[in-house]
Design a protein around this ligand. Structure first.
Ligand code: C5P
Length: 222
């Protein structure tokens, strides 16, 4: 059976997580939040107190991540860590350990395992370039750094998490730099990806564009 794959890559706070989740829901596809795997590894590293420079041990931890995804909830062992992995501290640590090639390798099988019928929407940084190069539709979502900082700021306030917009902006710039400049699987649009700038599009408009592009892809095949 043909399993359709849509990849949505892009920088931090470009809206790809929200868009990917809604597109998956609308199409009744599975959803992979690949960033959550790096965040879960980061949380495990911080909690275990292992040396953040011990790349071998971190990769070992990633290889044996006791994680579970249940609807909107993410578990590490028996603990619901859905909110705990969203903090900026975990995000920054995730971006550091994501630069370790052995960690990326360790998380590869876990990610490709999400490829199940009838289809998958996968969001991250290297979904279209490395993990699912065979994807039917590849989207690269961008937005200006100011817009992304503002969106992240609002998101955190809505969750009751205090935030400073200037610090957020600086963190975003630093994280983008680390993600785009790393040697292994850097953040880059796949040559066959379609770039959507969401600076002037809201979530609903972006979702509609992605669904429309997917419908055209399917039509052009038949
Ligand atoms: O997407 P999210 O912000 O949750 O990802 C957290 C970090 O994990 C990113 O800053 C990035 O460094 C890393 N990541 C990655 N490759 C992916 C997904 C996330 O390197 N496919």
């Amino acid at each position: 059976m043909n399993i359709s794959i849509i990849t949505i890559d892009g920088p931090t706070a470009s809206g790809k997580g929200t868009v990917a989740r809604i597109v998956a829901e609308k199409l009744h596809f599975h959803y992979l939040d690949s960033g959550a795997l790096y965040r879960l590894t980061a949380l495990s590293v911080i909690r275990s107190g292992i040396n953040p420079d011990d790349t071998g041990q971190i990769a070992e931890m990633a290889r044996n991540l006791p994680c579970r995804f249940e609807k909107e909830h993410i578990f590490l062992g028996d603990e619901d860590v859905t909110d705990a992995i969203r903090s900026e501290t975990i995000g920054n640590m995730a971006s550091k350990i994501a630069a370790i090639p052995a960690v990326r390798q360790a998380l590869t099988d876990l990610q490709t395992g999400f490829r199940k019928a009838p289809g998958l929407v996968a969001d991250g940084r290297d979904m279209g370039t490395v993990i699912f190069p065979e994807a039917d539709l590849k989207i690269f979502l961008t937005a200006s750094v100011d817009i992304r900082a503002e969106r992240r700021y609002k998101q955190l306030l809505e969750k009751g998490i205090p935030a400073n917009i200037d610090n957020l902006r600086n963190d975003l710039i630093e994280r983008d730099k680390r993600d785009t400049q790393r040697q292994t699987a850097p953040l880059v649009a796949a040559p066959d990806a379609i770039t959507l700038d969401t600076s002037t599009l809201n979530i609903q408009e972006t979702v509609e564009r992605v669904l429309d592009l997917f419908a055209r892809t399917i039509r052009s095949r038949s």
